[in-house]
Design a protein around this ligand. Structure first.
Ligand code: FES
Length: 576
């Protein structure tokens, strides 16, 4: 147990003389009575709120519920802003700024008189960014994600955010939908506060936070507008005060066992490939040994249990009403696929948290005995001379007939180059072609954007073809689908073999065999390499310069080399 006198905040608020007066007096300008400095735990609430991040816009209100809980439990809550990363607006990609959020939040947590933190996130990058920060500071922490939007409703059917966008776009290009219908549909798709309500990256990372033990049971699935979202937030406020008193920190919760649980849960929910990168980055902050290969090995015996878009039919609201993530975790536990004793923010093991979790709808949450998709259909890790350090493919979002494929490459150095010709009826492409889109990696684009699932050439769409093999060193939205090989490592801009592919080369994909092969002889590749020039850096100054100078490749989580690891929460020297 941590006694009040051991709390780090005491080094600010318990100080005498000019120093203590400075710390307390200015805080009292907010109208706090002196009792708030009596030795109670000071709880920071990191809020990634912004009108520029619509998925997180309600977090300010969620913070009010957290504060209620902190006061109830005898703590002193203080909300502070952390970078809000809106996936849909930020260019060139929100991913360019995930590490900046992680760095900003880490420094704010350490530099301020905080004893514990509640992390409020929602949109894709805000959840991993805050978890990375909390891991590096290692102060007691609880996450509260903002929850998904209500199901989209369009022309009598449910439409999923993100997933429907890809379909609407294809329908528009193929003449099945008008521009006016698209504009109407976009309003139907996003009809409440919250993050994407498909099993995209935001829902996946919210589920990962719960599977890692960092947020309370059911937190990932309550809709953003559900009263229980706010109840959970209040409960989190109570819980964080207890965690400070027990000194239970992220490093004791996010252990190797917790990451193994998260990887298995990701397979069971048909989660986003982006979880691979984010979990690797979080593990890197904690010194937990986790590799790209672990995602393939650990997920192979886990079937997909949840029938959610983009792999399936339903949406997060349905998932919530069917029993939410605890029903999935319980099913894994009942079948020996979980480290049941892994510690969580409740103070109990994850298995104990979900021991009685019911399932109310077996169409949405299926069982290990009768799964939605069989074991081995999750994220696969491919290797070969085209991806020496690995690449990933989401099998459940791919077309089964393309998982073993041989085709000629059609190569583009950017998505823009491809889209400049993708509507050309004369484009030399057919359904067997392998589209290669490169220079989209962490350094190349920069920021490794979600551009890999380029829309199919119009010529093929008009023939009714809906999928083809695409290969890219970028990422794909968790809401997207298609036979797309992602995160090819090393990326082209770092001199990976992807940079050496030429239009007309044969490429063989063998997902069951886990290989990706460029059928070009080694001496020919060596010749091509001798003539290859790295692209000019995308920026000469600022964050982008720092980022491209230091960012690691996808197999290391795309963190910065100097941010891997932890600096802890030692109290810095006085400021005056
Ligand atoms: Fe924010 Fe999808 S755009 S979660």
């Amino acid at each position: 147990m941590t006694t009040n006198s051991e709390l780090r905040s005491r080094q600010w608020f318990d100080a005498t003389g000019r120093t203590g007066m400075g710390h307390r007096s200015w805080m009292r300008s907010q109208g706090f009575t002196p009792e708030v400095f009596d030795g109670r735990p000071v709880i920071g609430i990191a809020t990634t709120w912004s009108e520029l991040a619509p998925c997180n816009v309600h977090l300010h209100r969620v913070a009010e519920s957290v504060k209620r809980g902190v006061w109830q439990a005898g703590g002193f809550p203080l909300e502070f802003p952390a970078m809000a990363l809106g996936e849909t607006l930020l260019r060139p990609t929100a991913m360019l700024y995930r590490n900046l959020l992680a760095m900003e939040a880490e420094e704010l947590m350490r530099a301020n008189p905080l004893d514990g933190v509640v992390l409020l996130s929602g949109c894709d990058k805000t959840t991993p960014g805050l978890l990375m920060a909390a891991a590096s500071v290692d102060l007691p922490a609880v996450m509260v994600t903002g929850g998904p939007m209500l199901n989209g409703k369009y022309q009598g059917t449910d439409v999923g955010s993100g997933t429907a966008v890809w379909r609407f776009e294809e329908d528009l290009v193929a003449g099945r939908m008008t521009q006016e219908e698209c504009v109407f549909a976009e309003g139907c798709m996003a009809r409440s506060n919250g993050h994407c309500m498909t099993m995209g990256t935001a829902s996946t990372m919210a589920s990962m936070a719960e599977a890692l033990g960092m947020q309370l049971p059911y937190s990932a699935t309550w809709p953003a507008v559900d009263a229980r979202r706010y109840e959970t937030a209040q409960r989190a406020g109570q819980v964080i005060v207890g965690l400070v008193r027990r000194d239970l920190r992220p490093s004791a919760i996010m252990t190797r066992a917790a990451f193994e649980n998260a990887i298995r849960v990701n397979a069971a929910i048909g989660g986003s490939t982006n979880a691979v990168i984010h979990l690797l980055a979080i593990a890197g902050r904690l010194g937990v040994p986790l590799t790209l290969g672990d995602f393939d090995v650990l997920a192979r015996d886990v079937p997909t249990l949840v029938n959610l878009q983009p792999s399936g039919k339903y949406l997060m609201e349905d998932f919530c009403y069917a029993g939410g993530l605890p029903a999935v975790i319980r099913e894994l536990d009942d079948n020996g696929l979980l480290h049941s004793g892994a510690m969580t923010v409740t103070g109990a093991g994850i298995g104990a948290n979900v021991a009685d979790a019911p399932c109310w709808n077996r169409e949405v949450i299926q069982t290990v005995a009768d799964p939605f998709q069989p074991a081995g259909t999750g994220t696969a890790v491919l290797r070969g001379n085209l991806a020496p350090d690995g690449a990933v493919i989401k099998q459940s979002a791919s077309s089964p007939h393309l998982l073993k494929h041989r085709g000629r490459a059609l190569v583009f150095d950017s998505p823009a180059d491809y889209y400049a010709v993708s509507n050309d009826p004369e484009l030399d492409v057919d359904e067997d072609t392998v589209l290669v889109i490169r220079y989209c990696g962490p350094r190349g684009y920069p920021g490794m954007p979600e551009v890999s699932n380029v829309a199919l050439p119009k010529k093929l769409l008009l023939r009714g073809i809906r999928d083809m093999v695409r290969i890219c060193d970028g990422r794909m939205s968790g809401t997207a689908y298609g036979t797309v090989i992602l995160h090819v490592t090393p990326e082209a801009a770092a001199g990976g073999p992807l940079a050496l592919v030429r239009t007309g080369d044969w490429i063989t994909l063998d997902v069951p065999g886990r290989t990706l092969t460029l059928e070009v002889a080694d001496d020919e590749l060596a010749q091509r390499r001798a003539g290859w020039q790295p692209p000019a850096p995308p920026a000469s100054r600022g964050w982008t310069r720092l980022y491209t100078d230091h960012v690691l490749q996808a197999d290391a989580g795309v963190d910065m080399d100097f941010l891997v690891g932890a600096s802890g929460h030692e109290v810095p020297r006085e400021s005056h």
